[in-house]
Design a protein around this ligand. Sequence first.
Ligand code: SF4
Length: 463
Amino acid sequence: MRRITGTNLYSFAKCPRLAALDLSIDKKERREWHPWEEFSAKRGRDFEERYVATLGAEQPEYPERDFDAGARATLALMRQGVEWIHQGVLLGERRLGLPDLLHKVDGESAIGSHHYEVIDVKTSGRARGDQVLQVMFYTRLLAGVQQRMPERGGVLLKTEQTHMFAVADYQAIAADVESRVLALADDPSLARPFLQRGCETCHWSERCRGELEAKDDLSLVFGMSHGARAILEANGCDTPVELAKRHGDARLSHQIDPSLLRRLRKAAQAHVDGAPLMETRPRLPKNAPSIDDAAFVHMLMDPYADRVLAFAVRRPGGGGEEPQIDVVLPKSRNEEWPALRGLLAAVPSGAPLLHFDSTLPRWYEAHSYEREAEVGLSSRFLDLRRRLLAAAVMPAPLFALSDFVRVLLRREPLRHGHAGEAAMWAEAGLDERLAQKARADIEDLFDLKRRILDAAPALAQTI
Ligand code: SF4
């Protein structure tokens, strides 16, 4: 019988199918990692190593993959009362845990007048639910070994601060998820693929995509949810083609909100046609600024270092001037704010600033507290993603900018690389790659606006 690990719980929280495939299919079948994914994983490992070195943690010694020997060596270190244990081995029935750190705390247990709690090292800036679940899995195994449930567990963040939480608050959910993951280990077919945001970076993306397309799965319909798919399938509606044909089905209307059902039917039709169905946009005040005069703003980030690596701005043409794309690559955090201010100084004042998703407003909000912010600048930010999704019913679920470009412009969005590569280019001093990517993305934003917003049957070309 296959053992489950903390990584399986972490994966389950992202997608049950991911946990099921990881548990049942040989690693060799996964798609190969991109160099930038390796780069980012290495940064995580280096961070863990650097941090652990400061603690003077001890590591159990045992022959490779002999986890019974590893568990015995870990227990010996625990009995000795070693302050920090790095990569200990915890075993339970059909469970294997390899927590990053075990930390000694006071309080009687089966191993002496002390016991241990689990701290896992992560490179995120905030603790997430999937990380807490993983720590809970180790904590529950640890409780079996030391015959005492620790009061707390923790996630060490990239800021080197530890987010501690009360174990009692997560016991019920951890037990429930563990039993579901065990069920998946017994029967992986319990979890089916569902096209979602995380699929793009998942190591099973090619496998799942192939399955979904071969079956013409309902999750390929824009706006579909797990619940709606289950109801539709239970009513004999298995594909977008069938959904597009289901008019006036009283049984379905009783089970799915009628307006949602209408939207899903339209989306199924768009999927069958392979093209967006344009929606009419509402008329807005006459004096509202036109998006035809908008500038486009884009940024490439290093999420691990919380740094902007590139800003690009496409200025609108006007007064006989050609539209122009300017790119600046800030070399330090201190250069970021003046870099954006400098680029925006050349944009006509009051021009709307179209950007994609929430990265720019979030960055601006975080920095405007410490800097001299221009009054009213943030009110000029307009999220192009939101406007695209409001302007048309899409022929497929669209999450990242690359999905919009691939589906709506039928263009290869990664022709100048993946945004995830930016940190790797910056470290290697490949400024031209960064600038090229920023420019290509901003051209894509402009073309998306032209393809969808300019073509939508708008009652008014205003915002
Ligand atoms: S590709 Fe998507 S559906 Fe498949 S396992 Fe990964 S996240 Fe889940």
